[in-house]
Design a binder for this molecule. Sequence first.
Ligand code: ADP
Length: 422
Amino acid sequence: MGLLLGCIADDFTGATDLAGTLVREGMRTVQMIGVPAPGTPLPDVDAVVIALKSRTIAPADAIAQSLEALEWLRGHGCRQYFFKYCSTFDSTDEGNIGPVAEALLDALDSDFTIACPAFPRNNRTICKGYLFAGNVLLNESGMQDHPLTPMRDPNLVRVLDRQTSGAVGLVAYDTIRRGAAATAAAFDAARRKGDRFAITDALDEDDLMVIGEACAGFPLITGGSGVAIGLPENFRRAGLLKSGIAADALPSITGHAAVLSGSCSRATNEQVTLMARDHPSFQVDPRALARGESVAQAAVDWATPLLADGPILVYATAAPDAVRKIQSELGADKAGALVEEAMAAIARGLVDAGVRRMIVAGGETSGAVVGALNVPGLRIGPEIDPGVPWTASLGNPAMLLALKSGNFGTPDFFTKAFGVLS
Ligand code: ADP
């Protein structure tokens, strides 16, 4: 039936979050890593989320990348577009939320949209245009001290107004609580008055469903992943999206299984300890890497004869004291880069040895591995733990990947994950 929703996300984890939300709400979704190269194949899905890294780059670059992403999506004929940013509205007076949203509106020949970063499930709510994180205003939540995007004004009407040339209005919760028709009428009134954006209150998920319904006809919607929960229902109502399909179904891919862990977070340390107890494991030593030893080749040579007997584990994961010691000897950046490079080479070697189901632990580590394997995008599959789905690589060879950053997952995450597939 063709693509329904084309999304542009300003960072990778935000894109993952949005893609997971859409799958949960019944849309088959892929997440593309950057703007896809021309000719990149796209499976039969309902939604695409293009993950950019545009949150804190220069506004002109963020606009250029977002327009390029929009062009690619338009080439696939989406019915509606979504610009996804952080639920704490991470931005400065220069951008990038406002300038990108205006550029997308212009490109789509549209004169009005909403801005709704609310994510009530994660305690981000908007009341009378003021953004709350938990029980405190945004500028008391710690975000006022963010190193790149300090948020010192909790009033989103003012914040967005400083970033845009068009006027910014407010549709407050008292209107939204009167339902989708009243909310749509308020959007229409704001648009006729000359507003280009409406900051839209949302205190809970019912509000988000109402907002979603009221935005059904908008070419562009902007917000956090929260507001996306109301969009799939519009497509179902219009007969464009089937109900009751398994949106998270992945192709069945057989092959060897491996875990690669470059995360040193507390949860990952526990997960590695538990898996190493009853699975073959190989520890990557950053000091050996610094000495120039061919650790990656050694790891692949060690793994190859073991793969037929079940999942293996290769890890650089270490406890905080050990990491600090290595960092003081090698420098934190150098240690990190050496380990990431080794993990990337090991991933390539393991795929050559027949691994087709791979879990990667660590956000930066995942980025390095996905880059080394030339993965253009990921079809989003079933969740293993909240926020971490199995995915199918759209690249060659076809393989299943689970990318787990930092502190996600229960202690038995790794073994549980392979169980989800069987
Ligand atoms: P997380 O998602 O837990 O933050 P990342 O992969 O994003 O994990 O970051 C972990 C960083 O630590 C990576 O740069 C990785 O290369 C580095 N690293 C992994 N193991 C070690 C180690 N033993 N000593 C020092 N740095 C390490």
